[in-house]
Design a protein around this ligand. Sequence first.
Ligand code: XLS
Ligand code: NI
Ligand code: NI
Length: 437
Amino acid sequence: MCAYFPEVTKIQYEGPDSKNPLAFRHYNPDEVVEGKKMRDHFRFAVAYWHTMRGTGADPFGPGCAVRPWEGPVDDVENAKRRVKVAFEFMEKLGVGYYCFHDRDVAPEGATLTESNKNLDAVAKVLKEEQQRTGIKLLWGTANLFSNRRYMHGAATSPNADAFAFAAAQVKKALEVTKELGGEGYTFWGGREGYQNLWNTDMKREMDHLGRFMHLALDYKKKIGFTGQFYFEPKPKEPTKHQYDFDVANCINFLRAYGLGDQIKMNIETNHATLAGHTVHHEIEYAASQGYLGSIDANSGDLLLGWDTDQFPTDVYMTTSIMYALLKWGGFTTGGLNFDAKVRRESFEPVDLFHAHISGMDAFAHGLKIAAAIRADGTLGKFVKDRYSSWDSGVGSEIESGKATFESLETYMLDKGDATPNTSGRQEMIEHLINRFV
Ligand code: XLS
Ligand code: NI
Ligand code: NI
């Protein structure tokens, strides 16, 4: 193995008392929790755009990251070398999946033909490295937001040529994702939204987005790509209103445009909070509607109002995610993709390890806590009892569709009133959860 990270060896599980920062205290890939190995609960993925392409740039200055493997020009040779770095990193970390945008892995050329050629050349190395290591592609996607041509959006641009270019780009990205055995493909809106309603034909833009996704589904079928399609909600940034606002909004969009059962949600923590939700809410909503797909794991900062994409280290939050995942049966095609970046001040290559280790461990810790809460059973029983009026009598008549407005009126005339019968016990429940955290 070549060594772009010479100071790091394979990260090991050392147990909760370890003081070694380059070790897992909780993530023990083969440990079984609720009948499933940890690695299969999480299906951790590295996000190529942040981990391999992030420089730490912000609106106030360029990136400070030191990446000794980066050459002076962003050409195909450089991109190929970067693939080797990425796979050494993932191997040492012990992550089984990665995700990428077309333009993260290979440089955009002067023409579409050249860009496609570049992508093919790098995809060849990605495939070799996948075969060498057994690391797989969780999902691919296309960058439809960085290039100037997409300044007004891609599928929702007022310029039909931008739509056409985006279609060509997604066509190619689907082919490459299929070639690499990708288990999914993600649509995140990029600049699909508006900055100003006065100059926007919202109805037409949304119709175009619906059309775009139908075309993608048609092509998916045509080439026999069997990966799962995901739609990733985000309420704002870069536009002030993104059409894929939140899970509820996305599900409505998919159903309204006849895409309902073919696309699932890729839920991102920081996007949930930007929408005024918790990630727990977004998972519950998606899963309850049959749309739980994958998760972009990161976290925001309470005091900063944008998509800071920090690594998730809050165990209370990871516990809520893992509790919801256990409740809904976990991932099928999806996984936990660290759509997260190291801070500008964390400029050394080793910080990439610290960041992922802290995220993976926070999730493993959260999983153990969530499983303990479930094993204890007090919370589950409380919720079950809280709804017990629906298990028999008038409740079960309503749920089974037997009750009518007339029968319910008769019932209530006879009974007299609906008396609240149980306390919500929020404070007791929060205190109970702290017993495990
Ligand atoms: C940006 C999104 C993006 C998607 C993939 O905020 O999270 O990274 O996950 O295009
Ligand atoms: Ni994301
Ligand atoms: Ni994001």
